[in-house]
Design a protein around this ligand. Structure first.
Ligand code: PSV
Ligand code: MN
Ligand code: MN
Length: 426
């Protein structure tokens, strides 16, 4: 199923007048504070976040999985789903594939389908955390860090194959997330595991095309529960530096121990020009993969405040690759992704409203109270009319969830695909 511009316009018509008065009121208020409202709306309209192919089906836990019905069961259907989200939000103009789950059969047909849905291919993700059918070696005891050279070689080759697949689709980056680690003290030699990982990553890096980037993701625990080889941003940063200029750290919001100051990590990485990629989600306990902004919206705002500062003041850092990396055990995955995009845009818009000049002055004067006031002034602004205006200007829906429901998208998908289709992936 596809949603046409006309269908969206029709749904928008009913709420357009209300939006106009809300937007005008906010625009006037912000204008009187010296905010360039048009510039903010343009930035919001330009901001695009990739959707991972594995987020389109209902997630699950090791205790079970509850289907949401009408889920995509092949790459074509996954692209169609992202196309639906993008037509409603105008914010999801890219899809991120996971190999081998998403290997295209017909590359040209897949590229055409993506283009018809106005999508590009974001980072390709390798998978050395699962054993593949007929694979010679097993990743039970690690992949790039494995003590067995045969296993390391297989994992390196897999990453090189993933890059080749990505090249055929027009991707420009490879994301490496390793499950490697140990479950019990004494199982691994930490130094050897680190050294093998560095050597393997360097080998992958050597066959990276000139205009590609490599993103190295970190995570403190799970699936291993005693140690993880790439456990934190410092480890990822060291490995990226060892590889070279095209290698970067990737921050996944869920991959931190509780109360870690993620905004400070973001600031440091950007200052060093090494923040390459970003995965959005939220968490209460660990890598919960909850909807971004659903648990700690103020933290998300503080992180965006550093991202906005870095994008303006750190030309040494490339424009980061944005992606949602969440799961939705009980929600309609497409509705959850729409909520995620809204939360991301909201935090971004609020961060754009921070009076950076006044903040600098207050910091120099050590006026702690004013510093806090300035951040909270921006955070407390209801910026949703700005998001709606950005969507309206780009042909999206003023209220994407309402539009999704009134256009009966899920019902059509169930009719098209059947109730019990199953997506490949996590
Ligand atoms: C596992 O924690 C994970 O969520 C990583 O964040 C990866 O990005 C993703 O799975 C897919 O491999
Ligand atoms: Mn991730
Ligand atoms: Mn994760």
């Amino acid at each position: 199923m596809q949603i046409s511009k006309e269908q969206i316009q029709l749904v928008n018509k009913k709420v357009e007048a209300g939006h106009e008065s809300q937007f005008n009121f906010l625009a006037q208020t912000l204008d009187s504070k010296g905010v360039d409202v048009n510039a903010v709306v343009k930035k919001l309209a330009d901001f695009q976040v990739a959707i991972p192919s594995w987020a389109l089906g209902a997630g699950g836990t090791r205790f079970g999985r509850f289907s949401y019905f009408g889920e995509p069961s092949n790459l074509e259907q996954k692209i169609n789903d992202v196309g639906i989200i993008h037509s409603l939000t105008q914010t999801a103009g890219a899809i991120s594939l996971h190999i081998p789950w998403d290997v295209p059969e017909d590359y040209n047909a897949i590229k055409e389908l993506a283009a018809a849905n106005h999508l590009v291919f974001d980072a390709v993700n390798s998978n050395t955390f699962q054993d593949q059918k007929d694979a010679k070696e097993s990743y039970k005891y690690g992949s790039l860090s494995n003590v067995n050279k045969g296993v390391r070689d297989q994992a390196v080759q897999h990453n090189i194959d993933v890059v080749e697949i990505g090249e055929k689709l027009g991707s420009k980056s490879l994301t490496v997330w390793l499950a490697d680690g140990s479950n019990f003290p004494g199982q691994n030699n930490f130094q050897t595991a680190f050294q093998y990982t560095e050597d393997s990553l360097k080998e992958i890096y050597t066959s990276l095309p000139e205009d590609w980037k490599m993103f190295i993701e970190y995570k403190p625990y799970e699936p291993n529960f005693y140690s993880t080889v790439i456990q934190d941003w410092g480890t990822s940063f060291m490995l990226a530096n060892a590889c070279g200029d095209k290698a970067y750290t990737l921050v996944d919001l869920g991959h931190h121990l509780p109360n870690t100051n993620i905004e400070q990590i973001v600031a440091t990485l950007m200052m060093k020009g090494k923040l390459g990629g970003f995965h959005f989600n939220d968490s209460k306990y660990g890598d919960d993969d909850s909807t971004v902004g659903s648990v700690k919206p103020y933290s998300l705002f503080l992180i965006f405040n550093e991202l906005v500062y870095g994008m303006k003041n750190n030309p040494q850092n490339p424009y980061p690759a944005w992606m949602i990396d969440a799961s939705h055990n009980i929600k309609d995955p497409l509705e959850d992704l729409i909520q995620s995009l809204e939360a991301i845009q909201e935090a971004y818009a609020k961060a754009l409203l921070v009076d950076q000049k006044a903040l600098k002055e207050a910091q120099l004067a050590n006026d702690v109270v004013v510093c806090q006031e300035l951040l909270q002034e921006a955070y407390r602004t209801d910026v949703r009319p700005l998001l709606r205006e950005a969507r309206l200007k780009s042909g999206g829906a003023l209220h994407p969830i309402t539009a999704y429901r009134s256009l009966q998208v899920r019902e059509s998908l169930i009719e098209e695909r059947g109730k019990y289709a199953v997506a490949s992936g996590l």
